[in-house]
Design a protein around this ligand. Structure first.
Ligand SMILES: Cc1cc2nc3c(=O)[nH]c(=O)nc-3n(C[C@H](O)[C@H](O)[C@H](O)COP(=O)(O)OP(=O)(O)OC[C@H]3O[C@@H](n4cnc5c(N)ncnc54)[C@H](O)[C@@H]3O)c2cc1C
Length: 432
């Protein structure tokens, strides 16, 4: 790997859709460093199954807006929701331009699927691996850029800041434990969600809310740290580790939830938080560790064509979804809160941006509408890049040198970040 230099124009932490979309929209004469704790393709963006929402036609605007607001318990920022919806057709066009293939019918028109909380089908998909289809194309496009360097196995440990201005980050090479400064005119936090802090989560284990810990330590404004989404249907397993998701779109296509006696007990197409509550209540009543998801109503063709990965995973676990229901249980899935940003991804610290799941731009309110997250991550990341370009890449003054000795105790730093996140979540939940 090319050696990491001391100075770049832009430092991006995270190689999910948010980090990649930002890198793709920076000028080709600007030097960009992208860090990722793990391999570049180990991000939640690769795991997204269901799809990505789009405004199908101007007629759907009101309904799409209302569905997003209702799912978010009307705590969403209406201007942010409008911005996302209005930007969605252009974003999809752009993705298609990168080579992303969404499902189409015989006449070549997009096919749309549906998930909980959506009043009409408006989700574009690629089988049950939409995230992999989108993110692998973006990653390939970034890898082709000579001005962007991707450093795998490197972690952003802190920002370099003085007087509420960000000058870059303190970076750790995970293998050697070496810690060093990287200076940049702008930095973007795109480190994803918080699932790694939870025992049961559909997220990659290395996603531990690092940007939030860094923000809290440096007095950068955060919002709604207690707004965590639990997905109703992760595959139930007694094993530890990441939980396998069974996409909501299987319910959108007709799968039903059953109690221990094989009876339905809720409307499967209500927003996620409501379905999750119904499942928990049912498990309590039945004294069980899970409920059942019956995919048989979908029929063999839909299961094998639209959900091949889910079909195979369940088979590997000993369940043939064409013949039997599978055990499912709610698990931590998504984080609505985050580092507070404006419409251009700017945080409360100058020259520091945030995008993707780690940021809170107001789109999701208290509960995310399914398949809105890839979309908003992409849109805000691109807006952040555009804002950096408008402001220019000149540096205001010389950067302070961080005291690297202060970063010797890695485990302790991470523990402090996790503790600060939990305490802030508790404080906010108490104040709500
Ligand atoms: C199983 C699953 C299914 C989903 N399905 C859908 C769906 O169908 N539709 C939808 O819209 N959304 C879906 N989501 C949510 C969506 O995938 C995420 O919200 C979105 O991909 C977040 O993108 P991101 O770029 O913010 O973060 P991620 O894609 O998670 O990327 C985070 C990156 O940050 C890096 N990182 C973390 N900490 C550090 C650090 N300290 N230093 C350096 N790098 C760091 C990671 O290594 C990674 O590269 C799903 C999520 C999961 C888990």
């Amino acid at each position: 790997m090319e050696k990491i230099k001391e100075r770049y124009d832009v430092l991006i932490a995270g190689t999910g859709v948010a980090g990649l979309a930002c890198a793709l929209h920076l000028p080709s004469d600007r030097r960009v460093l992208m860090l990722t704790k793990a391999a570049a393709d180990e991000s939640d963006s690769f795991l997204a199954q269901g799809g990505i929402c789009v405004l199908r036609s101007p007629d759907d605007y009101q309904k799409y807006f209302e569905d997003t607001m209702r799912a978010g318990h009307y705590e969403n920022d209406p201007a942010a929701v409008e911005l996302m919806i209005r930007s969605s057709p252009a974003m999809i066009e752009e993705l298609v331009g990168y080579g992303v293939r969404f499902a189409r019918d015989e006449s070549g028109m997009f096919r749309y699927t549906r998930e909980g909380g959506h009043s009409v089908p408006r989700i574009l998909f690629h089988g049950d691996v939409t995230g992999k289809e989108i993110t692998s194309h973006l990653l390939a496009a970034v890898r082709a850029l000579p001005n962007v360097q991707i450093a795998e196995g490197y972690e952003l440990l802190d920002v370099i800041a003085a007087d509420n201005v960000c000058f870059g980050g303190v970076v750790r090479e995970n293998e050697s434990g070496d810690v060093f400064p990287v200076y940049a005119a702008y930095s973007l936090l795109a480190t994803g969600g918080v699932g790694g802090l939870w025992e049961n989560s559909t997220n990659y284990r290395h996603l531990t809310g690092d940007a939030l810990g860094i923000a809290l330590k440096n007095g950068v404004r955060v919002e709604h740290i207690d707004y965590v989404q639990i997905h109703p249907t992760a595959f139930y397993s007694e094993r530890h580790g990441r939980r396998f998701l069974i996409s909501e779109s299987v319910r959108g296509e007709g799968a039903v939830l059953l109690d221990k006696n094989g009876s339905r007990f809720c409307n499967e197409l209500l927003p996620r938080d409501i379905v999750t509550s119904s499942i928990r209540l049912q498990m309590q009543k039945d004294g069980t560790e899970h409920v059942w998801l019956d995919m048989r109503p979908l029929g063999e063709r839909t299961v094998k064509e639209h959900f091949p990965t889910i079909y195979r995973h369940c088979l590997d676990e000993g369940y043939d979804v064409l013949k039997d229901p599978v055990p499912v249980v709610p698990a931590q899935h998504y984080f609505m809160g985050g580092v507070k940003v404006d419409a251009d991804g700017r945080t409360s610290m100058r020259r520091l941006y945030a995008a993707g799941e780690t940021a809170c731009n107001g789109v999701h309110g208290k509960n995310r509408l399914a398949s809105n997250s890839l979309l908003e991550s992409l849109i805000w990341a691109e807006r952040a890049a555009a804002d950096m370009c408008v402001r220019g890449f000149d540096e205001e003054r010389s950067a302070p040198r961080p005291d690297l000795a202060a970063y010797a105790g890695y485990a302790e730093i991470k523990e402090n970040y996790a503790k600060a996140i939990r305490e802030e979540a508790e404080r906010e939940a108490y104040c709500d």
